[in-house]
Design a protein around this ligand. Structure first.
Ligand SMILES: C[S@@+](CC[C@H](N)C(=O)[O-])C[C@H]1O[C@@H](n2cnc3c(N)ncnc32)[C@H](O)[C@@H]1O
Length: 295
């Protein structure tokens, strides 16, 4: 396990701008950052054109697949496939005899995935627009493995895990990744800055943000945990340059986008100034949990 700098907590954000007088309206802490699938799809449709510039997503999705014991010929469901990083890596791992179904709710993300797939030479991936927590089109015991890279936080996780349990063959593998609670640091600063304007945003990584929370969720669904690997992930300069866009555009932070324009400007300048004050090292590194279990 790589050493990870502990999350620095504390007031980082001095936002200049009128508070809204709403009190700090906490968005209820829940595994579901929004219950509205259209909302989630729209949010990722907006992020899709730039998503692949966030290089860390590719690295962490490929790392999840590398930690998943896939065999040649396996049939894999890649839930929340996004632009297809994990789906393509899994397709290479299972080879021509195997097959990957990549499921995502966002048509925009799937268009990006299709573009990657078209240039990949792979013929064993199908992309499907659907809710990954409810897949009645697939019969029980269809898949040898389900992968889900940094997607479970957007789903009602207990329902998704139950559905994947149904879809897996006996001893089938489920593998997912989730950032540890409090990471990435830029998102925590964004929430602090929103808090200074009277908007309390919950940390969307928190519900599955510890090894013990992941273990409990899996065991409650009937899975047996094989390993939980906690590793540092490093953000590039390009990733950090996208910090405003990714946080302000996040489906988890819709309340920030609902702010009147002057407060949005105050949030942006307060956030960017707080990022400047933060040690680069703390912005660059985050802790990722990779979880592998079997039915
Ligand atoms: C942070 S992205 C991760 C994408 C990809 N797995 C990766 O590692 O780059 C989360 C993805 O989950 C998808 N998503 C969110 N809720 C979903 C749902 N209920 N069903 C299917 N996909 C969903 C989003 O559209 C988005 O593409």
């Amino acid at each position: 396990m790589n050493p990870v700098r502990s999350v620095v907590r504390g007031p980082q954000c001095a936002v200049r701008g009128p508070r809204l007088g709403l009190g700090a309206r906490a968005v209820p802490s829940s595994a579901t950052v929004s219950t509205d699938l259209d909302d989630i799809a729209r949010s990722f449709d907006r992020r899709a054109p730039n998503y692949r510039r966030n290089e860390w997503h590719r690295r962490s999705a490929e790392r999840l697949v590398a930690l998943t014991p896939l065999r040649a010929g396996d049939r894999v469901l890649d839930a929340c496939t996004g632009t297809g990083f994990a789906a393509l890596a899994a397709a290479r791992a299972v080879g021509g005899e195997g097959h990957v179904d990549g499921v995502d709710i966002s048509a925009g993300m799937l268009r990006e995935a299709q573009a990657s797939l078209d240039g990949s030479g792979l013929g064993n991936v199908e992309l499907i627009q659907a809710d990954a927590s409810h897949l009645p089109q697939f019969s029980s015991s269809t898949f040898d493995a389900v992968t889900c890279a940094t997607g479970l936080l957007y789903l009602p996780y207990a329902r998704a895990l139950r559905e994947w349990h149904r879809l897996l063959t006996p001893h089938g593998i489920v593998a997912f990744s989730n950032m540890a609670a409090g990471y990435p640091r830029a998102a925590a600063i964004f929430r602090e800055c929103a808090g200074a304007l009277g908007i309390a945003l919950a940390d969307p990584t928190a519900p599955l943000g510890t090894a013990s929370a992941c273990r409990t969720a899996l065991e409650e669904t009937g899975f047996t945990v094989e390993k939980i690997v906690s590793e540092a992930i490093e953000f590039s300069d390009d990733d950090l340059r996208l910090a405003w866009e990714s946080n302000f555009g996040s489906v988890a932070y819709a309340a920030a986008r609902a702010l009147p324009e002057p407060q949005q400007h105050a949030l942006r300048s307060g956030f960017l100034a707080a990022l400047e004050r933060e040690p680069r090292e703390s912005l660059r590194r985050a802790e990722m949990l990779y979880v592998v279990a079997h039915r």
